[in-house]
Design a protein around this ligand. Sequence first.
Ligand SMILES: Nc1nc2c(ncn2[C@@H]2O[C@H](COP(=O)(O)OP(=O)(O)O)[C@@H](O)[C@H]2O)c(=O)[nH]1
Ligand SMILES: [Mg+2]
Length: 262
Amino acid sequence: MVDNPVNTPVEQARDVLASALYPAQRLLIVIPAYNEEESIGHVIERVRHAVPQADIVVIDDGSADDTAQVARSHQATVISQPYNLGIGANVQTGFIYASQRGYDVTIQVDGDGQHDPNEIPALLAALNTSTCDMVIGSRYIEDRGYSTPRLRRLGSILLAALISAITRQRITDPTSGFRALNRQAIAFSAGDYPFDYPEPEAIVTFWRAGLRVKEVPVKMNPRYGGRSSITPIRSAYYMIKVTLAILISLLRERQSKPDGTS
Ligand SMILES: Nc1nc2c(ncn2[C@@H]2O[C@H](COP(=O)(O)OP(=O)(O)O)[C@@H](O)[C@H]2O)c(=O)[nH]1
Ligand SMILES: [Mg+2]
C-alpha cells in the first residue's frame, strides 16, 4: 500500500485555485473496478481527500470478489454489472450515468491505485483552461519515475506513433485511462465508445468526431494489488488487436458531435 502523500504547498495552492475558479462545476469520478477489493477502499479515500467536492461512482464489472461491498462501505455509489463486460463497456456505463445526471466533467480513475488522485486538479485545470474536450494524464511526457515492463513500453510507443500519425498531434501515452472529459465528450462517449481495450481507439474516435484531445504530465504508481489484465504474453495480442481496431475504426462512417456539428 502507498501512503497518502501530503500535497506540497504549490499543489495545495493549485487545488484551492482550481476549486475557486470553477466552484459550481459538477464533477463525477468514474472508477472502473474488476476484482479490486484490495485497493478500491484506499482509492476511494484518496480521491475523496484530493477532490472532496466530487461525487464518486464505482463501476463494478461483475467482480467475483468483494469489490462492490468494500466500495459501498466507503460510501461510494456502486453500479454492478450483471457479469463481466470488459473495460470499454464498463467505463461507458460511467459516461451514461454522468450524462443522464448532468455532470459537467468526468474523471476516470482506475480502481487499482495506479492513478494518483492528487493529479486530478492538474487534469481539471487543463480541461478548464485550454480548448479541449478530453485531457489525458500521460506518464511519459516527463520522467516521473514510472517504470513500464519493456514489451509493454514498446507496444505503447508503437501505438503512440500510429495515433500521433493519424491525428497529426503528438500523443505519448495512448493507453492511459487517467482522463478528464467535458460535457461534450461525455455525451459523445455515452453514445459511442470502443469496447475491450478502449483507450487508444477512443483517441482516434474523438479526433474523427472533431473532439479535441490534450495530454498533461502526471505521475503514476504501480497497482496496489491484484493483477493487470495485460500480462507480457497478452501485450503482443493487445497490440495487434488495438492496431486493427484503430485502422478499422477509420473506415467507419464519421460520427458527428452531440451538438450535431461534424
Ligand atoms: N482487467 C480488467 N479490468 C477491468 C475490467 N473492467 C474494468 N476493469 C478495471 O479497469 C482498470 C484498468 O485495468 P488494468 O487491468 O489495471 O489495466 P492497465 O492499467 O492498463 O494494466 C482497473 O481499475 C480494472 O479494475 C475487465 O473486464 N478486466
Ligand atoms: Mg492498471
